[in-house]
Structure formats: C-alpha cells, structure tokens
Write a protein that binds this ligand. Structure first.
Ligand code: PLP
Length: 459
C-alpha cells in the first residue's frame, strides 16, 4: 500500500569519503542536493517567450527529430517542478547516475601539483598532444589492456566517453546504419539522430526509424537474440550495461564479435562500468579473439574516480580496424580529434595518471566498493519488498521491474510520495517500459533513507 512520507526527515551536511577508513564511521547526517534547483529547460521545449526577431537560418532538421529533450534534463525538469510543489521536500536523487563521493586525495594531489606547475616558467605547458599524453596512454594500455595486444598508440585520451561517442558518430557520418541494445544509454541513439542516421521518431512503437533496436529483457538474459537482428554498419554495445546492469559473458561477446565479423560491422563497445564487475566476465571487448578487427572500445574515469566533473576518458581504436576501402578507422578518428577537440585538460590527465598508480588503483577500488555496497542495500530493499530486481552485481544500477505499469507513472509516484528521484526505464528505450533504474551513486545515509522510504511506500 502506498503511503506519503513527511517532507523534512533528514538534515543536511556533506560526507567525506577518504577521511574515515571504515564506511560506518561516515557522518550520520544526510546531504540533500537542493541547492541547484533552477528550472531546467529541455532542449526540445518550445520557446514560450514573445519572439522579437528571427534569423533566416533554418533549424537542423535532425536535431528537431529528437523527442522531448535528453532524458536526464527532463528528469531534472521534473525534479525542479517537484521542488516548486514541495519546497521543503528533502529530495534524494538516485536518478541521473552522477557520482557523489570525493575524489581520493592521491589523485587530487597530483592534479594540484600539475596546476601549480602551470604557474611556473619550467612547468608551464600549453596545448598538448590531441591524442593525450604518452605516459597516460601507456598507463591505460598496461592497466586495462595488458596482454591483449593493445598498444599505447591505439589509445586516444579524451574529455569523456560521451564526448567520444559523438566524435565517433562524426567519423561514421550520416550514411551508416546502427544498432543499439534496447534499453541503452541515450547518447548512442540521440547522437545517431543528430547525425542524420535515422528516420523520424515513430510514436506507435516509440522508436526512431532506421535504427535496429536489440531487445534486452529478462526473457533473453539481457542479451539480444542475434539471429533476429538485422545487419547494420555500427553496433553500440555497453557491458556492464547502463541501465540494466547486465554484463555479457565471454560466450555472448564471442557471438557478438562473430556476428560483427560475418556482417562486416563495427562494434562500439562501451566499458564505462567495467571496474564494477564482480562476475568473471570480460572487462574489455579485446579479450575476445578477433575483436581488434571489428571493435572500438570507449571508457571513462568518470565512474571509477569520481571524474564526472573533472572529465577524462579514452577510446581504443586498434590499427587492425579498417573501413571497407582498407583505410584505418583510427586515422579518421585522429583527424576528427585534431579538428574538433584539442586534447583533454593537462590537469585531468595528471589526475588520470595518478589513478593508475598502485595507490590510485587501490583508492578507486575503495570508492567503487563503497558504491557496490550501496547497490547491495538497494537490491536487498526491493527484493525484500517482493520486486523482481536485476543488475546491481556488475554495475552501480539496480533495474527494478514493475510489470504492467508505465515507467513514468512509477517514477512520478515514487517522486511524489517519497521525494526520491529515480529514472524511468522507458527513457532508455521501449524495452525499458515497466522498469525503473535506481542509481547506487549516493551518500550512504541518503541511500539508507531512500530505502527506508521505499519500504514505507511499498510495504
Ligand atoms: C554507459 C555510459 N557511457 C558513457 C557515459 C559518459 O561517460 P563520461 O562521463 O566519460 O562522458 C556514461 C555516463 O553515465 C554511461 O553510463
């Protein structure tokens, strides 16, 4: 039976990650992010103000195809509207999937040092290599791709995986066809729409024309039935997956690589959550024999080191990956990187290098371990309430099933009655309908409080 909760149950303070060594020694008060409440307008929201002047430039028709704004700004808009309605609500955000714990000191001190050096004659540097600093590229290769035949020169350091997804789309152009897991991280579909690779949005099926949606549901173990998937040029594949939390097995990824090979397709493999994996599944697509000829991998420091604001990621494009005319994909990507991007911040790169020292790796594992404990708490809560719960084990997301209900209705009910922001599954694709994603990124007290409220709502 659903019950409303009081709006002022918890106090506010911030929580330091590294100071206490034991998780339960964290401050017991709760930090609630109610400061940045400004009304957030979606990209696709029509302008309501009186128009005084219009240019003669027509709107990019591909951008105009996008539906109701990017998912996360839409959630921010609804959260802001909720706060206008309940100004005293202690809102807990388990929606967008942004990290909350401080960056370990071993990492920030390296950035601090680099920032300081920039103010000295000897230490100053301007533009760096567009592909990233050599020591960082080498450290990424040896940390994440040891013995997989990936070399430093195959790695492009960037300002994040999302930015690289869009730059890859620029490389592919508007004449390619693409497939995505359904549900999937919205940046793949939206960047494809913007590039003009798709048709219009078809309201009846909630899909864009000319995209192959590869359904991933509990029925198929969240891995698509490739025998029913049409050939496309590009296949976006994320494992561990956002939002379902599912991680593909070695056998499944072997099937995927074979599928790409027999179709002459390119896989864009997103491994942004690989370090969250508990099961013994591949952490990189390049663990699969033959993948270097058909795959690109993009990844990120965002969810490993709390770099969502610092901005640092990388993309691996093996030399073996060729277009149909034999031209290396990496050379075109390099051209785009040099034209559209001037390299990741040198301060971020110093942080990235510190992340990959033994101390940095240990500190990242500690942060990841903390979020994984949050995941267990959320999973346990929904399971104890009788829900079917997926994900969680290999990713910081819990995918909760509300059979027969609309995701947005469940999202609204949870927000209205518990003041907790989640993410409606249908925002990730039509196969996400009936699910809600609960993010494990949060201060421990917020996670515990949110779970307490879920228990009151659904007991
Ligand atoms: C699957 C996936 N890929 C990429 C990103 C974006 O990463 P970055 O912060 O490096 O742009 C996210 C962020 O949530 C994600 O979930």
């Amino acid at each position: 039976m659903a019950q409303s909760l009081s709006t002022s149950m918890i106090s506010s303070s911030s929580c330091a990650f590294l100071a206490p060594t034991k998780l339960d020694s964290r401050p017991q008060s709760v930090s609630l992010q109610v400061k940045r409440v400004g009304v957030c307008k979606c990209v696709a929201t029509p302008q309501e103000e009186k128009i005084a002047f219009k240019t003669m430039v027509s709107r990019n028709a591909n951008i105009a195809k996008l539906q109701a704004g990017y998912l996360f700004p839409e959630i921010a808009r609804r959260k802001a509207a909720h706060l206008l309605k309940f100004p005293d609500a202690q809102v807990i955000s388990l929606g967008i999937g942004d990290t909350t714990e401080p960056i370990p000191k071993v990492i920030t001190s390296a950035m601090e040092k680099r920032a300081y050096e920039l103010s000295t004659q000897e230490g100053y540097s301007g533009y760096g290599a567009e592909q990233g600093e050599k020591p960082l590229r080498a450290a990424i290769a040896s940390t994440f791709y040891r013995d997989l035949g990936i070399e430093e020169s195959d790695i492009f350091v960037s300002d994040g995986a999302k930015c690289d997804i869009s730059r890859l789309q620029v490389v592919f152009g508007s004449n390619v066809t693409m497939a995505v897991q359904d549900p999937s991280y919205p940046a793949y579909v939206d960047s494809s729409v913007i590039m003009g690779q798709t048709g219009q949005f078809q309201k009846d099926v909630e899909k864009y024309g000319n995209i192959e949606y590869m359904k991933c549901s509990p029925e198929n173990g969240f891995f698509p039935d490739l025998s029913t998937v049409a050939r496309t040029d590009i296949i976006f594949f994320c494992s561990p997956n956002n939002p379902t939390g599912a991680a593909a097995t070695r056998e499944q990824l072997t099937q995927l690589v074979q599928f790409a090979k027999s179709n002459g397709s390119i896989i864009v493999y997103d491994s942004a959550y690989a370090m969250y994996m508990s099961d013994d599944n591949p952490r990189s697509i390049f663990e699969i024999p033959g993948a270097k000829e058909v795959a690109i991998e993009t990844s990120s420091f965002s969810k490993y080191a709390g770099f969502t604001g610092v901005r640092l990621g990388w993309t691996v494009i093996p030399k073996e990956l060729l277009f149909s005319d034999g031209f290396p994909v990496a050379r075109d990507f390099n051209r785009i990187v040099c034209t559209c991007f001037n390299g990741a911040s040198n301060i971020s790169q110093a942080g990235g290098l510190a992340c990959l020292t033994p101390e940095g790796l240990g500190a990242m594992h500690q942060v990841i371990g903390f979020y994984k404990e949050n995941t267990d708490i959320i999973t346990e809560t929904f399971s104890s309430l009788g829900f079917k719960v997926y994900g969680g084990k290999n990713a910081p997301y819990v995918w909760v099933h509300f059979p027969g209900q609309s995701s947005w209705d469940v999202f609204s009910e949870i927000l209205e009655k518990t003041h907790v922001v989640t993410t409606p599954g249908s925002g990730f694709g039509p196969a996400g309908e009936g699910f809600v994603r609960v993010s494990a990124f949060g201060h421990r007290q917020n996670i515990l409080e949110a779970c307490k409220r879920f228990k009151q709502l659904y007991k």
